[in-house]
Design a protein around this ligand. Structure first.
Ligand code: ADP
Length: 493
């Protein structure tokens, strides 16, 4: 009986394989970290061999741990770090250089110029604000800087892909050269309205069309793995960028549904249904995951420093030993004592966009203790998310009654209660926090027929805890006013 889904979650610092059963229970997990390569200040790379090797290793380990074989697996789902760019030889699969990671800033200067000259042109087609983050300028950099790459690409000898494409190509021994619309939408080469690679953008970045993979729905049949991977061929039935996978993992499939991932940074995504919503607040418009040829549109905003503020308390200020201690310390004081932390360590992102801003702590008095600073730091995560939610509400013109959450810092109960209070809406944390892997598994399970529809899946979803707002309007206003004032003191413009 094929009753299991193997989900491959290829992330920025580690690769994981998770095996889910038909009740969406985790049967086994395997994880392997790999090396981050920093060749110069601001540059970040991964070895393609490390990515592939770690994926093969965790897949084998998870299958052994789950005590199953390829015969038991209904389908494989793949979710991945987005935007990271690989170029490889179409015959051998060998990459021409390391993968350029989404965090890499090597094309930042070029993107500044691009933004001035083509900002609106690019936004209209892709929903993205030109930035070094997205794949297009990384791919152009490889063609312009790796010896012989452009000639080989023009002769049709090289292929481009994000991590999902690279993995599928290798898992199928070169038989499948494809991606899904959520990954394509983050390359800055894909037109999210026509749902095609955009010829004018390919011309602008001087990219040969022959390098580009076929784009499929996130949940669809991509191909069979080579039998060397698991002993016998298994269907690959989903590919999806990590944030969109989490959105689907929460079953945010209706217009207005939204989720926030509290990791190092925070990623807030809202399903806006059939409407691509144009943002007046610096959010990007992108595509969501589905099984259909017409995927839903999504509004996305990110906070640069989310859970990372807790790392700073631990490793920078050294006022806590473990991240978990932040919860008890914050709760040891009744309020923030008037203290606000604005963790603008690398500037402020959406909706404030102020690259020159740097962090501040305001409202310190003789009575301020480390507990107040810790509490104010956790509160800062919630305020930043609230600012994004507010921007989304204004852009999409919808009310929000429920926020689904996941990510490392979402296990902090103080943070989630405060988030509910400040947003005046329910915050819902699922029992399975493997939401990203789960999203890829749901898509693969639906596309392979393990589940019939999302209603059937919904029956398997177990809510961990619901946080309900419990704060007076007056207090909420006063706190938001305090945050707004601290923000003004931080901003440079
Ligand atoms: P990423 O996927 O970005 O690596 P994770 O989802 O693994 O991130 O979350 C890691 C982040 O969560 C770290 O920044 C860490 O400081 C934060 N974190 C972990 N545990 C807690 C906690 N109990 N309270 C607050 N933050 C936490």
């Amino acid at each position: 009986m094929k009753n299991y889904i193997l989900s491959i979650d290829q992330g920025t610092t580690s690769s994981r394989a998770v095996i889910f059963d038909k009740d969406a229970h985790v049967r086994a997990i395997a994880q392997q970290e790999f090396k981050q390569i920093y060749p110069k200040a601001g540059w970040v790379e991964h070895s393609a061999q490390d990515i592939l090797g770690s994926v093969m290793a965790v897949v084998a380990e998870a299958v052994v741990r789950a005590e199953i074989t390829a015969e038991d697996i209904a389908a494989i789902g793949i979710t991945n770090q987005r935007e990271t760019t690989l170029v490889w030889d179409a015959r051998t699969g060998k990459t021409v250089c390391n993968a350029i990671v989404w965090q890499c800033r090597r094309t930042a200067d070029y993107c500044e110029k691009l933004k001035k000259d083509y900002g609106d042109f690019i936004y209209e087609k892709t929903g993205l604000i030109p930035d070094a983050y997205f794949s297009a300028t990384k791919l152009k950099w490889i063609l312009d800087n790796v010896e012989g790459a452009r000639d080989r690409a023009e002769r049709g000898e090289l292929l481009f892909g994000t991590v999902d494409t690279f993995l599928m190509w290798h898992l199928t021994k070169g038989a499948v050269f494809a991606t899904d619309c959520t990954n394509a939408a983050r390359t800055m080469l894909y037109n999210i309205h026509t749902l095609k690679w955009d010829e004018e953008l390919l011309k602008l970045f001087n990219i040969p069309a022959s390098m580009l993979p076929t784009v499929q729905p996130s949940g669809s049949f991509f191909g069979y793995t080579d039998k060397s991977v698991l002993g016998s061929p298994v269907k690959i039935c989903s590919a999806v960028g990590d944030q969109q996978a989490a959105l689907f993992g929460h079953l945010c499939v209706k217009e207005g549904d939204l989720k926030n991932t509290y990791g190092t940074g925070c990623f807030l995504l809202m399903n806006t249904g059939e409407k691509p919503v144009k943002s007046s607040n610096g959010l990007v418009t992108t595509l969501g995951a589905s099984l259909s040829e017409r995927p839903p549109y999504v509004l996305e905003g990110s906070v640069f420093v989310g859970g990372a503020v807790v790392q700073w308390l631990r490793d920078g200020l050294k006022i806590i030993e473990k991240a978990d201690d932040s919860e008890t310390l914050a709760e040891s004081v009744g309020d923030n004592g008037g203290v606000y932390v604005v963790p603008a360590f690398t500037g402020l992102g959406a909706p404030h966009w102020d690259g020159g801003a740097r962090g501040t702590i305001t409202g310190i008095t003789r009575g301020t203790s480390k507990a107040h600073v810790v509490r104010a730091s956790l509160e800062s995560i919630a305020y930043q998310v609230a600012d994004l939610v507010d921007a989304m509400k204004r852009d999409a013109g919808v009310e929000i009654s429920r926020l689904a959450v996941d990510g490392g810092a979402s296990k902090n109960n103080f943070l989630l209660q405060f988030q509910s209070d400040i947003l005046n809406c329910e915050t819902v944390r699922p029992q399975t926090v493997e939401t990203t892997a789960l999203g890829a598994a749901f898509l693969a399970g639906l596309a392979s027929g393990l589940w019939n529809d999302t209603d059937e899946i919904r029956e398997t979803v177990r809510t961990g805890r619901v946080f309900r707002p419990d704060m007076s309007e007056e207090r909420r206003r006063a706190l938001l006013g305090g945050w707004a004032k601290a923000l003004r003191q931080t901003q440079t413009r």
